[in-house]
Design a protein around this ligand. Structure first.
Ligand code: ZN
Length: 436
């Protein structure tokens, strides 16, 4: 190791308290999504800090995007530091939103308490710890006095937990994740300090509707129940589609291994009248809103189909349509509608891509072991960077244990924060072309 690299890594060790304090400051802003609380405050905390370090800072509100309103503005922050010598740009992208706290906490969810060598709180792991590490990594590089080339960018973006359309999706459509501005992207999601996430499975969300005919519930034979039709469709999903999906294996290293096959989840189902809230009083009489007796003329189900790199989106949808068509041929009165809600194809950055190679070498140097390569069962903001930004050189890499995301007593390990900051700094040094 060269003396200057040694000094860089030592300077990050010396920032241990600083990365903890920054994680705590970020966690103490409760950016819960939905509805998208406190985004402005969090964006400004990041932007004002980086402006003091010499970054050019932009706040970009996703006006007109889903969820944006004056009471809940979708405010993103993008900060860029231009090095004195020409080179390529490395962008660290973190989402600033967190999910609701839910029950079961023994630590203060937005307290950022330190115990057992960890920082606890909602968002410590997913992913404000990773954001803090990336900020410390870039600041250490800038302060190092090393001959830097290219540019460093850090963004804090909104709404990843709800699809990222007002966050990375909005920015990617406007060139923030494309060449020539940006060449390499690292997303510090909590995949583990020695794991590189190359991409994710594909997703198709669709809504299927079955139709019937309304009648009096005491004479159901005079109507035609849309719920019964839906149940016939669900029966086919269970008995025909599910076994087929279980037989489709991907060559991608998806973690956990249970997700190396295609999967289907019925996200929600609703048929007939809206849900009623009633109870019985002391006499045993019903009170509240009572249902009226009708045969359901409409039933809707939302399907969440995750597909592997070896499948294609058109075939995934056609397979569902074929089952509905089969029911239309064989089941009297069966009628249906189907519509797309959202879809993204699988992404997989090649193992020999520059960002993968640089991060792998940095992991080996800092931790003294080879990284493992994984892919994610669910999508994350990489989908927008690939689709709208047309940028392939993108990975997810960051501190934290993925299983803790969205759980009570979520935490991130302090040593992991420091180690991943070192790894991000070394990767950025090499990707910008600054290696001394
Ligand atoms: Zn996340």
């Amino acid at each position: 190791m060269t003396p200057s690299i040694d000094r860089l890594l030592q300077s990050i060790d010396a920032k241990r308290d600083e990365v903890v304090a920054l994680t705590q400051d970020l966690v103490r802003i409760p950016t819960i999504n939905p509805p998208g609380d406190a985004y402005e405050a969090c964006a400004h905390l990041i932007g004002e800090r980086l402006a003091r370090k010499g970054f050019a800072v932009e706040y970009i509100r996703a006006v007109g995007a889903p969820g944006d309103s004056d009471s809940h503005p979708r405010t993103n922050v993008v900060a860029r530091w231009q090095a004195p010598h020409p080179g390529e740009c490395v962008h660290f992208n973190s989402h600033i939103d967190v999910v609701e706290t839910g029950p079961g906490w023994t630590y203060e969810p937005f307290g950022g308490q330190v115990a057992n060598g960890r920082v606890y709180g909602r968002g410590t792991c997913d992913m404000k710890g990773g954001l803090a590490s990336s900020i410390i990594a870039c600041e250490a590089l800038i302060e190092s006095g090393l001959p830097m080339s290219g540019a460093l960018e850090i963004s804090g973006t909104v709404d990843e937990e709800s699809g990222g359309f007002a966050g990375v999706g909005y920015l990617a459509e406007r060139g923030y994740f494309s060449k020539p501005r940006v060449h390499h992207v690292i997303i510090p999601e909590p995949l583990g300090v020695d794991r590189i996430c190359l991409g994710h499975r594909g997703v198709w969300w669709g809504e299927v509707e079955t139709r019937g005919r309304i009648a009096h519930g005491s004479m159901p034979f005079l109507g035609d129940s849309a719920i019964n039709h839906m149940s016939a469709f669900i029966h086919l999903l269970e008995t025909q589609l599910q076994p087929r999906l279980q037989g489709r294996h991907t060559a991608e290293p998806v973690e956990p291994p249970g997700a190396r096959v295609s999967t289907l989840n019925i996200n929600s189902i609703h048929g007939g009248q809206v849900e009623q809230r009633y109870s019985l009083d002391e006499r045993g009489w019903p009170k509240g809103d009572l249902p009226a007796p009708v045969v359901a003329h409409l039933c809707k189900a939302v399907l969440d189909r995750r597909f592997i790199a070896e499948e294609n989106l058109e075939a995934v949808k056609q397979e569902i349509v074929d089952m509905l068509e089969e029911l239309k041929r064989t089941r009297p009165g069966f009628d249906y509608g189907i519509r797309d809600i959202m879809s993204f194809v699988p992404t997989a950055t090649p193992k020999d891509a520059p960002v993968v190679d640089a991060t792998a070498r940095a992991i080996a140097r800092v931790l003294g072991r080879e990284p493992s390569y994984i892919a994610s069962p669910g999508t994350y903001d990489q989908k927008h960077i690939v689709r709208s930004g047309k940028l392939r050189d993108c990975i997810a890499y960051g501190p934290g244990i993925l299983d803790l995301a969205h759980q009570p007593d979520e935490y991130v390990g302090i040593q992991e924060l420091v180690d991943s900051a070192k790894i991000m700094a070394l990767a950025a040094l090499s990707l910008t072309g600054s290696t001394p």
